[in-house]
Design a protein around this ligand. Structure first.
Ligand code: COA
Length: 287
């Protein structure tokens, strides 16, 4: 494995996540749906799935977000389709899920990646802003899970993969909307894993630490000073790359983790570990 320290910013010209360590047919012919699959982490997960044989449909609110992956898929011969969808709109989720099942005949994997987030003191957060983030993250994850989950139950099973955050456990000042929604998604992950195991559906999640993406940079760390403060709290001393988090995600979705369900992988460079109160090399006085 390449031990070179990864650059923090993604490099879309690079090899898709998962290729090189997962067999080339890992997701062969698996019908996969990725919400928010045209940008950031969703894009890297979608690229990896497509490169490893999946038939991928990306769902984004803004069709402008579809172009990059569709163009790359055309060049590389990947099977990628795109549909416009706002996951907050329950009836649209039902319609689009029905369309995909009618077109592809089944659904094997749903990645609930679509999210919205920004830093705002709780006392200044408008109800509309709360509703926007809860709607995308919590409602959207359930709407998609229910609709695609029904298709998996009617078929041969499948899997659902969710993106949460370590502040689902710890809370985080400034993102009460996102933390509350992600805590709900974590509970949903475990609940659906337990409830749908008998339908041969695995449900897992990943809790990534900071990585640069169109959605995160600017909304969560508007400048390098904020980014540096965040970086200092990470024991591995750097942000992740979207591709790294996508690779961890694809590993969890692969048959290498076929016995894992209801689990959440913390991939945060150690950022949620306790911080030592002493400095390495410092002499500890005795007596
Ligand atoms: N600070 C405070 N309030 C904010 C905000 C911010 N940075 N961004 C949005 N809001 C508020 C808006 O003011 C509005 O509330 P109001 O009507 O009371 O004024 C409410 O949130 C909805 O905003 P709007 O832009 O109309 O909604 P939207 O549904 O189009 O988009 C987001 C909401 C969160 C999805 C949008 O901000 C966004 O696209 N963010 C980038 C994507 C992202 O966050 N990705 C995930 C990164 S981890």
């Amino acid at each position: 494995m390449n031990s070179e320290r990864p650059r923090e910013t993604g490099d879309l010209a690079g090899d898709p996540a998962g290729t090189g360590f997962l067999p080339a047919d890992t997701f062969q012919d698996q019908v996969s749906v990725v919400t928010g699959g045209g940008t950031g982490l969703g894009l890297e997960i979608s690229r990896g799935l497509a490169a490893l044989g999946a038939d991928v449909t990306i769902l984004s609110r803004d069709p402008d977000h579809h172009g990059a992956l569709l163009a790359e898929a055309g060049e590389r011969g990947w099977r990628v389709t795109a549909k416009a969808l706002d996951v907050r709109e329950a009836q649209d989720v039902t319609r689009v899920a029905n369309e995909i099942v009618a077109e592809k005949g089944k659904v094997d994997l749903l990645v609930n990646n679509a999210a919205g987030n920004f830093v705002c003191p709780s006392e200044r957060l408008s109800f509309n802003a709360w509703r926007a983030v809860l709607g995308i993250v919590l409602d959207g994850t359930f709407y998609c899970s229910r609709e695609f989950g029904r298709a998996m139950i009617a078929g041969d099973g499948g899997q659902i993969f969710n993106i949460v955050a370590t502040y689902a456990w710890t809370g985080m000042p400034g993102v009460v909307h996102s933390a509350s929604a992600k805590a709900g998604v974590l509970a949903m992950t475990k609940t659906l894993a337990a409830e749908w195991a008998r339908h041969r559906i695995r449900v897992n999640a990943i809790a990534p630490g900071p990585f640069h993406s169109e959605g995160a940079s600017g909304n969560l760390w508007p400048d390098e000073e904020w980014a540096e403060r965040l970086r200092k709290g990470i024991p591995l001393q750097r942000f992740a790359t979207a591709r790294e988090i996508a690779a961890h995600s694809l590993y969890l979705c692969s048959p290498l983790c076929s016995w894992v369900t209801g689990e959440c992988l913390v991939a945060d460079g150690g950022g949620s570990l306790p911080t030592p109160w002493w400095t390495a090399g410092e002499r500890v006085k005795r007596g």
